[in-house]
Ligand binder design. Structure first.
Ligand code: ZN
Length: 342
C-alpha cells in the first residue's frame, strides 16, 4: 500500500496502533536484472547459502528463486501478527562521477520492485533506496515520493556513502521539504561486501540531522562481538544531541549481537521512545540466547517475523516500540522528552 492512502491508521478514525516492522529485505536473484540481482560473490557466500538452507527457500512455490523469495515473504507477512512491514530496496554502487557501476554491485533491488510489491500486498509499505552519489538522486527521490514512498534507505557501508559530505546537501534539503524519513545503515556490515565500514558510524549523521530530517539509524550503530570497534556509544551520544534521531532494532536478536537488547533495555525511557521495531528479515532471529525470556517452544517460532517480535517484546522496550515508525511516517512530532528532561 502507499503511505498516503486514507486507510492508514492515524488518518481514519481508528485509534488503533499498528504493529510495524520497519526493516525487511527482499532479494532478487537476477532472472530479470532490472528488478534486482546479486553478484556471483554474494550468491556463493557462506551467509547466502546458510540463509537459503535455514529458510528452506527452495521449497517455496515459484518458478524462479526470486519468485520463491517473494512468495515466502508474503506468506510470512500474511500469517504474522504484524499489520505492516517496510520492505527495503537496495540501490546499486555509483562512482563519484554519478554513474552506476553494476560490476561493483553485489546486492541490488530496484525501487520499482518494492513499489510494485507494495501495490500487490496490503501489508507492505515501500522503503526505497537511493545511493546519494547517483547523478539523478534528487530526481529519483521525487519520483519515489510521487509513487507513494515515504522512507529512503541509504546503505552507508555497501553503497560507499559518507553521510557527512556537503555535496549531499541538495538531496537532504529536498528530502526535508518532502517530509521523507531517511534510514541509514549503521554498525559493521557482515552480510555483503562493503566499500568502507567507517561510513557506518552514527557520528557521521549530523549533517542530515541538521537539515531537520527524521533519521533512523538502522541497528543503532551496534557491531558484532568480534568486530574491532563498536559504534553504539556514538549512537547514544547522537541521541542526546538530536531529538530527530531514531533507531531500529534490526538484526539485534542474533547471537553475534546477543548483548545488544539487554543494553538497550537499560537505556532511559526518553531514549527507548525513539527506538523502532525492525527485524532484518529474512535473516532469522537466534532463539538460543533468549530461551529464558521466550520459553523453549513458543508458537511464534514457526514464523521468523513473529519470533523476532516476541524476543524484542520480552525486553519491554516501551509503549511506542511497535508502532513508533508509523507516527514518524505520518509526520507527527517526535515523542516528548530528552536527556534534559530525564
Ligand atoms: Zn538490513
Amino acid at each position: 500500500m502507499r503511505f498516503d492512502e486514507d486507510s492508514r491508521p492515524g488518518v481514519n478514525e481508528s485509534p488503533s496502533r499498528p504493529v510495524i516492522d520497519a526493516h525487511i529485505h527482499i532479494f532478487c536473484f537476477g532472472e530479470n536484472p532490472t528488478d534486482g540481482f546479486m553478484s556471483d560473490t554474494t550468491r556463493r557466500s557462506w551467509l547466502t547459502r546458510l540463509l537459503m538452507w535455514m529458510t528452506k527457500l527452495e521449497r517455496e512455490p515459484g518458478d524462479t528463486l526470486s519468485a520463491k523469495m517473494r512468495h515466502m515473504l508474503i506468506r510470512h507477512l500474511e500469517q504474522s501478527v504484524l499489520d505492516y512491514a517496510i520492505v527495503l530496496a537496495q540501490d546499486a554502487i555509483y562512482g563519484q562521477d554519478g554513474v552506476r557501476r553494476d560490476a561493483d554491485t553485489h546486492f541490488y533491488v530496484s525501487n520499482d520492485y518494492v513499489l510494485e510489491l507494495a501495490r500487490e500486498c496490503p501489508k507492505v509499505l515501500p522503503g526505497v533506496s537511493i545511493n546519494l552519489w547517483r547523478a539523478d538522486a534528487v530526481r529519483e527521490l521525487e519520483r519515489c515520493h510521487a509513487a507513494g514512498a515515504r522512507l529512503v534507505k541509504i546503505h552507508t557501508a555497501i553503497q560507499g556513502v559518507d553521510p557527512s559530505l556537503q555535496r549531499f546537501d541538495p538531496f537532504y534539503r529536498r528530502a526535508a521539504e518532502l517530509g521523507m524519513v531517511l534510514t541509514f545503515h549503521t554498525g559493521y556490515e557482515h552480510a555483503c561486501r562493503v566499500v568502507s565500514q567507517k561510513y557506518a558510524d552514527p557520528a557521521l549523521l549530523a549533517r542530515p540531522l541538521d537539515h531537520g530530517l527524521k533519521v533512523i539509524a538502522a541497528h543503532l550503530g551496534t557491531c558484532a562481538f568480534f568486530d574491532p570497534e563498536d559504534f553504539y556509544p556514538n549512537f547514544v551520544a547522537m541521541m542526546g544531541r538530536y531529538e530527530n534521531l531514531y533507531g531500529d532494532t534490526a538484526v539485534l536478536a542474533t547471537s553475534i549481537r546477543w548483548h545488544a537488547l539487554r543494553r538497550l533495555a537499560r537505556e532511559p525511557a526518553w531514549f527507548r521512545a525513539r527506538i523502532m521495531h525492525g527485524s532484518d528479515y529474512p535473516l532469522p532471529p537466534s532463539r538460543f540466547p533468549y530461551l529464558l525470556r521466550t520459553g523453549l517452544f513458543p508458537k511464534e517460532r514457526r514464523n521468523p517475523l513473529d519470533m523476532d517480535l516476541l524476543i524484542k517484546r520480552a525486553y519491554g522496550l516501551g509503549p511506542d516500540y511497535e508502532s513508533g515508525v508509523w507516527r514518524l511516517l505520518a509526520g507527527e512530532k517526535p515523542p516528548p522528552g530528552g536527556p534534559s528532561l530525564q
